[in-house]
Design a protein around this ligand. Structure first.
Ligand SMILES: *[C@@H]1O[C@H](CO)[C@@H](O)[C@H](O)[C@H]1NC(C)=O
Ligand SMILES: *[C@@H]1O[C@H](CO)[C@@H](O)[C@H](O)[C@H]1NC(C)=O
Length: 166
């Protein structure tokens, strides 16, 4: 609801006539969400994972892009997962944007996909990161504490899946 109200308010502000329907509050009006410089990595022998990316979308100012970041504590330098950036743990330099990232811990031989969600003005876009795009290096297999894990997919991609629908 919040996004519908703010869109209606924005439409009124730019003076759209009353006969113009209020633009769709969801996908068509908001997307795609364009991600660039996507980075997620657990440094060698560290137990934390760092995330960074830039975001532009049709309704956000594009220069500079919105910059987002997070650090998540995995608790273990042998982690082979990127962790859970839950609601509130991810930051952006624009308060209209919120995001989460969830790469659940999986067995060594059965790793999981991750889910990356970005919300602009309350409109959720979701993106599935295939497990093939998450690089894991066990390094010394005799040492369970020195694993590396990082995002290895495209640094630039678009979020086009808006589960809220139109
Ligand atoms: C985000 O964009 C800014 C400004 O364009 C740029 O300086 C920075 O390197 C970008 N960050 C990433 C993670 O790509
Ligand atoms: C991301 O969005 C999907 C689709 O609505 C939802 O099922 C999932 O719980 C969300 N994940 C997180 C970590 O917020």
């Amino acid at each position: 609801m919040k996004s519908i109200f703010s869109l209606a308010a924005a439409a009124a502000l730019v003076g759209l006539s009353n006969s113009t329907p209020v633009p769709d509050a969801t996908a068509a009006a908001h997307g795609p969400y364009h991600i660039s410089g996507f980075f997620a990595s657990k440094p060698h022998l560290s137990s934390g994972c760092r995330f960074e990316f830039n975001l532009t979308s049709p309704t956000l100012p594009s220069t500079p892009p919105v910059y987002c970041w997070a650090s998540v504590e995995l608790g273990f330098s042998g982690a082979t997962w990127l962790g859970y950036v839950y609601q509130g743990l991810g930051h952006c330099d624009n308060e209209r944007v919120d995001w989460t990232f969830n790469h659940p811990r999986g067995a060594e031989t059965d790793r999981n996909d991750a889910v990356f969600n970005v919300t602009v003005d309350g409109v959720l876009g979701t993106y599935r990161v295939p497990k093939e795009d998450i690089y894991v290096n066990l390094n010394d297999e005799g040492n369970p504490f020195d694993n590396d894990v990082s995002y290895s997919g495209p640094r630039e991609f678009e979020i086009v899946d808006f589960p809220g629908g139109d």
